[in-house]
Design a protein around this ligand. Structure first.
Ligand SMILES: NC(=O)c1ccc[n+]([C@@H]2O[C@H](COP(=O)([O-])OP(=O)(O)OC[C@H]3O[C@@H](n4cnc5c(N)ncnc54)[C@H](O)[C@@H]3O)[C@@H](O)[C@H]2O)c1
Length: 363
């Protein structure tokens, strides 16, 4: 039997991994304790997504906490070497939340990852492991790049090598400011690479930019595109924070990210680190994103601007994915920015209940 284990299986990336891999494995084992609701309240609940994946016949859910080594041991102990792929997405995803509770953040993101890798080493050492890391491990290093301000966005100087393809994996974050979230994710990222080089685990590290999609339970502290659309659909005010609203991000649909994992699984390169993002053609500033959403839907995004910027919040980030595409030429993102905006819009326009809430008792 071929088993894939997905941690964070009710969340955005984990849920899409479950939906994509259910047809490619005999069994999908999901691990998620619904902690997103503890982080962000009922608006952050992943109950709807959990209910959706639980309809998949070969999906089995374990409400386990990745901080609990015994719980992970008991899940992995059941399947042993049948586990062929482990996709680790369980985590605390917000810089702001981490600033409030850095020890919890460290435990979930860093210790949780160590627990998982230790469990893989003990029960299924030949499994391929995918770690969802973040561009935030580089801190605010990108803010030292030569940037220019245009009427709608921050942009890198056209003569700079990053202009055409974005930031590659070689950017150095040594002297950069880094949030506590960046610290906990960097610890996990480094641990994963040590398990690859020192213990022979077949781990790949994916440093993601901004990933989103219809199932993202976007809230003010995490998931800006989802939160923007969700606010617009509900007629709520969207907060634009710092940099004149001209900060640029590239966006990748979680379904495209999951296909990167699939390519890696088929031909793993242990210890490799890949940037994962949407690239220049899926990039926009917040102001541009608002304009594009309004153009596409005819709706309006009421927003309020606060000039005080977030700590270590860079003005410009576009992800260079050429390293991954060189190693895996079969991968290309298929979802464009308009497609992403419309699918997120359709999701929230379709949720009839009370606004900004999830539902159900379990998450
Ligand atoms: N979405 C992005 O833009 C983005 C960008 C960079 C990195 N990442 C990383 O990708 C991963 C997945 O992100 P996402 O957007 O799907 O997040 P998400 O919050 O939607 O999903 C994470 C899931 O993990 C679960 N979880 C949290 N703590 C847990 C614990 N202690 N034990 C078990 N389950 C727990 C949550 O309930 C949630 O369902 C995270 O590690 C995040 O840091 C995401």
């Amino acid at each position: 039997m071929d088993v894939v284990v997905v941690t964070g299986s009710a969340g955005l990336v984990g849920g899409e991994a479950v939906r994509a891999f259910a047809a490619r494995f005999d069994l999908v084992v999901g691990v998620d304790n619904g902690m997103r609701r503890n982080f962000f309240g009922v608006a952050g609940s992943v109950a709807d997504s959990l209910a959706d994946v639980e309809r998949i016949p070969n999906y089995l859910h374990y409400r386990a906490d990745v901080r609990d080594l015994d719980a992970l041991t008991s899940v992995f102990g059941e399947y042993g070497t049948d586990v062929k792929l482990v996709v680790h997405t369980a985590g605390q995803p917000s810089d702001n939340w981490a600033a409030k509770q850095p020890l919890v953040d460290l435990n979930v993101n860093a210790v949780g990852t160590m627990n998982l890798l230790e469990t893989v080493r003990a029960h299924c050492p030949d499994a391929v492991v995918v770690l969802t890391s973040t561009r935030k491990v580089h801190g605010d290093a990108a803010d030292s790049l030569p940037l220019v301000e245009t009427s709608t966005r921050w942009e890198i100087e056209p003569s700079h090598p990053y202009h055409e393809h974005g930031v590659d994996e070689s950017i150095r974050g040594d002297g950069a400011n880094r949030t506590f979230f960046g610290v906990s994710k960097l610890a996990a990222d480094l641990a994963a690479r040590s398990y690859a080089s020192g213990s022979g685990l077949r781990v790949g590290v994916f440093r993601c930019g901004s990933v989103t999609g219809a199932w993202h339970a976007g809230v003010e502290q995490d998931g800006f595109l989802s939160h923007l659309v969700r606010s617009a659909v509900r007629g709520a005010t969207f907060p634009v924070i710092g940099h004149g609203g001209k900060q640029v991000r590239d966006v990748l649909d979680a379904r495209d990210l999951v296909e990167m994992f699939w390519h890696f699984y088929l031909d793993p390169r242990p210890g490799e680190v890949y940037h994962a993002g949407g690239g220049r053609e899926r990039s926009a500033s917040i102001l541009e994103l608002i304009a594009q959403y309004e153009y596409l839907t005819g709706g309006e995004v009421p927003f309020e601007y606060t000039p005080e910027q977030r700590f270590a919040d860079v003005r410009w980030w576009i992800t260079d994915t050429r390293k991954f595409r060189r190693d895996y030429p079969g991968w290309q993102p298929v979802h464009g920015l308009a497609d992403i905006l419309l699918s997120v819009h359709a999701r929230w326009a379709d949720v009839p209940a009370n606004p900004l809430t999830g539902s159900g008792p379990r998450c």
